[in-house]
Write a protein that binds this ligand. Structure first.
Ligand code: CA
Length: 711
């Protein structure tokens, strides 16, 4: 028997059914039989996002719900629902959709709680929808100033919300943590999580809620920040605790003994550029062990030779750290990449699972971080159990089973050799933020895995710049040293990979499959986005079983599944901005169910601008100077001009070879120095570039655009 209420929504005439299964009925929810909805109680705002500790701890018993970003605290992105399965997935069709009208990257995993979908969008806005009909319930605008966009390395994305006792929580790109009334969409409280607003912190990850505290980290290690994670009282927004992931300036005193110990693994004046180690995405929690797991990011700057001359492990960069969720105190850590120097974050999705290893059940933590090794660790102690490469790796030849430390390839340490090297994986990682999924039946972990490479070379002219990237690598010098084709013969491509964490070997792989988040279900299906919609695969064999209709944009976010009134739905956010910056925006929430036959509006035809640069001008020296300035200031967003860029941000920002502002210094300076496009995130760079510098960048782009035209 389920406890159900029906009440009128505040903003429209539609009604919502909200049901809280009792424990004995929860097990039945997995059946495909239709369930009746019975009005039992009067309307109450409390019914929205009525998530508490009991429900989150027992989320496994409510298979129809998706109450936290990974569905359960173990963050397995697995749902036991099985009424959509291998035999009928081909009947899956669109049942409703909702446009976002925000032409930026959409990376959010939705929540579905008691009949309501809560989903974040780019710019950290939040939407609520009736999960059955798609009717919009409310919209929340986080009010982020457009100028803050320049402080986000990789677009103004947001990966999801958290829910707790009638409230929805979002971490905004400008560093605020915001609590919203789940019934009305009104702001309840807002707090500034940033220790400084003068440097480029941002938030893109989903908050997690453990025992009444909202846990949130931040991003910014490309810009020169010090990473930390904070916990706030979910009711009041008051700061409960904060754990820094790297030590600060010793002269100011350490926050804790563990920071003093960490400082012994650093050299030089690392704190001047923050050190990095931002907790920009993944976390998991284990209620039995009462441990919170956080993943930490890369060093700031990337180049360890600049960041910590003479080396050192640089704790706690690129680590999984287990914390006591009550006070944020340190329990254990495992560092995936000691002395990180390649942007090898360990912020990639973390999950907790029970595995049978050598005949013994063990609770483990699993992660496939950027560095290309799949890790299985003991969840209680952090002990290294196993780690094998799941993609092309050449920075290390393996992991020492005794110490759990990587066996490095010395040539990959460009920061120590002073020589450029084509390193696999690249900074975009063998796996990135895209959620992975674990199916306890198949015993496989499903993830978007990539083979890629980047030439790393020591930036001899490194000059810290608060507005742009502080990487400490010089791409042009790398190309000059190794030639432009240094990575051409190395493996390159993306696959949907099914990985066996027990044997540390591939189960199956589906090649040529764009990077996206993954969902696994009890129907023995794996769902993943692609360049034009959503696809389903057989969880056992990898057989490609279903493609959605063309949704006119890419899907990179992770799908979810839920059940209402006995029907199973699959929901996913679309909007990758991949391909062409000038293409129309189709960012939207898409919901599918068997027999769904809703259609999307026709794609809007558009004409990409023609490459039409003005004639070359400027001296060879000026063009070379412009290239260097471009790489320091523009590259992180606009990528390699003329190619659309080598990173995941292809198409996200305009390719400047096509910019009409190249036509005159006045037009170019209006954008670059006067900041006329600040509202889009393209702020004035007058603090770091003068008119001569802007002109050098302009003539460099004109030169390149003419070369691209074959002139
Ligand atoms: Ca990074």
């Amino acid at each position: 028997m389920r406890n159900c209420v029906i009440f009128l929504a505040m903003t429209s005439l539609m009604s919502i059914v909200a049901c809280t299964p009792s424990p004995e009925s929860a097990a039945l929810q997995n059946s495909t039989a239709a369930q009746s909805e019975i009005p039992l109680q009067p309307a109450s705002d409390e019914t929205f996002a009525a998530v508490d500790a009991d429900r989150l701890m027992a989320a496994e018993n409510e298979p129809g719900q998706w109450m936290s970003t990974g569905r359960t605290y173990s963050e397995q992105h697995y749902s036991p629902l099985d009424s959509i399965n291998r035999s009928n997935v081909s009947d899956l069709g669109l049942v409703w959709y909702a446009d976002f009208n925000i032409p930026r990257g959409q990376e959010s995993t939705p929540l579905m709680i008691d009949g309501v979908i809560y989903v974040t969008t780019a710019w950290s806005n939040v939407r609520a929808f009736d999960a059955q009909t798609g009717a919009s319930l409310w919209e929340f605008d986080a009010g982020v100033p457009g100028e803050w966009g320049v402080r986000a390395c990789c677009d103004v994305v947001n990966r999801g919300a958290a829910a707790w006792q009638g409230k929805i929580y979002v971490g905004a790109i400008d560093g605020h943590l915001i609590a919203i009334d789940a019934a009305t969409g009104e702001q309840v409280w807002k707090t500034d999580t940033l220790v400084s607003r003068d440097i480029s912190y941002s938030i893109t990850g989903a908050p997690r809620i453990v025992k009444g505290k909202v846990i949130i980290g931040n991003a910014g290690a490309e810009y020169g920040v010090r990473g930390y994670v904070s916990a706030y009282d979910a009711e009041t927004g008051e700061l409960a605790w904060r754990f820094y992931t790297v030590p600060g300036n010793p002269a100011l005193g350490f926050e804790s003994d563990i920071m003093e110990q960490a400082a012994a693994t650093w050299n030089g004046e690392w704190w001047t550029l923050g050190g990095g180690g931002t907790v920009w995405d993944s976390m998991a929690y284990d209620p039995d062990l009462d441990l919170l797991y956080i993943g930490t990011g890369n060093g700031s700057p990337w180049n360890q030779g600049i960041r910590s001359p003479g080396g050192g492990d640089n704790l706690f960069l690129s680590s999984i750290v287990a914390l006591d969720p009550d006070d944020g105190s340190y329990v254990w850590h495992y560092q995936t990449t000691p002395g990180e120097t390649w942007d090898y974050t360990a912020t990639q999705p973390i999950m907790v699972a029970d595995l049978k290893l050598d005949g013994v059940e063990r609770k483990v933590v699993m992660q496939a971080p950027k560095n290309g090794f799949f890790y299985v660790l003991d969840a209680a102690t952090g002990e290294f159990i196993s780690g094998e490469p799941y993609a092309a790796v050449n920075w290390a030849t393996g992991i020492d089973p005794q110490t759990g430390r990587p066996i490095e390839n010395p040539e990959a340490r460009y920061d120590q050799t002073g020589r450029a090297y084509a390193v696999q994986p690249s900074s975009s990682g063998a796996h990135n933020w895209h959620p992975m999924a674990y199916h306890p039946g198949t015993g496989l972990v499903y993830l978007s895995a990539s083979d890629n490479a980047l030439v790393y070379a020591f930036d001899r002219n490194f000059d810290p710049n608060p507005l742009a990237s502080n990487l400490g690598i010089d791409l042009a010098a790398g190309a000059a040293e190794l030639g432009p084709n240094a990575t051409a013969d190395l493996p390159n491509g993306n696959a949907l990979l099914a990985w066996n964490p027990v044997t540390q070997a591939p189960g199956w792989r589906f090649d040529n499959s764009s990077r996206a988040g993954v969902l696994a279900t009890g129907g023995d299906l794996v769902f993943k986005g692609n360049d034009s919609g959503l696809s389903a695969y057989d969880a056992w064999s990898g057989e490609h079983l279903w493609d959605s209709i063309d949704v006119h944009t890419g899907v990179v976010a992770a799908p979810i599944t839920y059940s209402l009134n006995g029907e199973q739905f699959v929901a996913v956010v679309a909007g990758s901005r991949s391909g062409n910056y000038y293409a129309p925006d189709y960012s939207r929430l898409l919901v599918f169910k068997p027999g769904g036959n809703e259609q999307l509006p026709q794609a809007i035809s558009f004409t990409a601008p023609e490459l039409n640069p003005p004639p070359r001008e400027g001296s060879a020296e000026q063009i070379a100077q412009g290239q260097s300035l471009y790489e320091q200031n523009c590259f992180i967003c606009h990528a390699e001009p003329g190619t659309g860029g080598y990173r995941s941000r292809i198409g996200l920002f305009p390719d400047l070879h096509y910019s009409a502002a190249l036509d005159s210094s006045a037009l170019f300076n209006a954008v670059v120095l006067d900041g006329v496009r600040s509202a889009n995130g393209m702020v004035s760079f007058a603090e770091v570039l003068d008119e001569d510098a802007a002109e050098a960048i302009r003539v460099f782009l004109i030169d390149g655009a003419n070369t691209q035209l074959g002139k």
